[in-house]
Write a protein that binds this ligand. Structure first.
Ligand code: HEC
Ligand code: HEC
Length: 295
């Protein structure tokens, strides 16, 4: 036996396994073939998905929310992410992207160069969108004003600047299925689609593990506020005893059964939900009642 050769062999096997695990996994080449987007439908998806909350200027209101030039800074335990330009500008935004490239970003967390995107962009949620909805969303974003603004680099701690590592994160934490299992009624399923794929309630309401991944075993069980002091409430039936109607009213008007009004980031979420129909907000409320109780 030659111990040095054995070591080299093990190191090569380890490197090979790492390379295989962290490889990019794009959509099949013909996945979006034949899909045409409907911008009118895409508008509701845009608000439900909260794209402007990150990609427009911080605190933007009214028409300024449609200028998706990026530049907001998101501070995390891994460093600071600077949100990129996704306006239709050809040079500095995503105006030149094909539908396939856009769909790979939203559903696979990949950029057009085939590199992994950071999950600070909530594609762990968007990966559950139907490709027709992705096409509608792109059709809507294509109608928005182009903003000329070059992307600034993220400022991340070593070794998180290396995008290949995100492949390992995805391998551990990116799951294809729904968090809340069937059987659900068609209304609850609609609510699940909106809540888990688009409005990403979990990104705020679910606690995270050491690697920043949501703990699906404690789905919506409350978490520290990612953007400031305070705690985001537990909205599972273990803590929230509101009826489905109470929840739907809150998601529509921001009023709690005790006539308090929603504050913090939730006020902004409710504003976005105002672009959905009453039926869709009722569906989200019905879904919230079906989330497994967790403390
Ligand atoms: C919580 C903040 C946040 C939200 C909400 C968000 N994004 Fe992003 N997005 C980011 C960040 C941060 C990046 C950069 C990721 C990276 O560099 O790996 C990003 C990257 C992207 C990219 C890739 C851009 C590029 O140049 O590589 C696209 C496309 C995109 N987002 C589209 C969207 C759409 C569409 C929505 C709404 C459905 C959305 N984002 C919602 C934070 C967000
Ligand atoms: C951007 C972060 C964020 C997202 C996304 C979010 N929430 Fe919230 N939510 C909050 C915060 C912060 C509060 C506390 C509001 C307050 O203090 O008035 C809250 C409060 C609530 C409450 C009231 C709970 C109580 O006990 O008062 C409900 C119900 C709720 N959210 C449901 C949802 C649902 C359903 C979704 C997804 C459709 C969602 N939230 C998405 C941040 C968020």
């Amino acid at each position: 036996m030659r111990p040095l050769r054995l070591l080299i062999l093990l190191a090569l096997l380890g490197a090979g396994a790492f390379w295989w695990i962290t490889r990019p996994n794009p959509l099949p080449a013909d996945a979006v073939a034949g899909l045409t987007g409907d911008a009118r439908k895409g508008e509701a998806l845009f608000w439900a998905g909260g794209c402007a909350s990150c990609h427009a200027a911080r605190g933007a209101t009214g028409a300024a929310q449609l200028k998706l030039g990026g530049g907001q800074e998101l501070a995390t335990q891994f460093g600071t992410f600077v949100v990129p330009n996704i306006s239709p500008d050809k040079a500095t935004g995503i105006g030149g992207w094909t539908l396939a490239a856009f769909a790979n970003a939203l559903t696979r967390g990949l950029n057009p160069a085939g590199q992994h995107l950071y999950p600070a962009f909530p594609y762990t949620s968007y990966s559950h969108m139907t490709l027709q909805d992705v096409a509608d969303l792109k059709a809507y974003i294509d109608t928005l004003p182009p903003v000329v603004q070059a992307d600034a680099p993220h400022r991340l701690m070593f070794p998180f600047g290396w995008r290949r590592l995100i492949g390992g994160w995805k391998w551990l934490f990116l799951r294809p299925g729904w968090v809340v299992p069937d059987p659900l009624t068609p209304e609850e399923q609609r609510g699940r689609y909106l809540a888990e794929a688009l409005v990403h309630c979990g990104e705020c309401h679910t606690p995270r593990n050491l690697f920043g991944a949501m703990d699906s075993g404690r789905w919506l069980a409350g978490a520290p506020n990612p953007s400031g002091p305070g705690h985001i409430p537990n909205i599972t039936p273990a803590k929230l005893d509101w009826s489905a109607d109470d929840i739907a009213t809150y998601l529509t008007s921001g009023l709690t059964p005790a006539f308090d009004s929603a504050g913090g980031d939730m006020a902004h979420v409710i504003e976005n939900l105002g672009h959905l129909t009453d039926a869709d907000r009722a569906a989200i409320a019905a879904y919230v009642k079906k989330v497994p109780p967790a403390n």
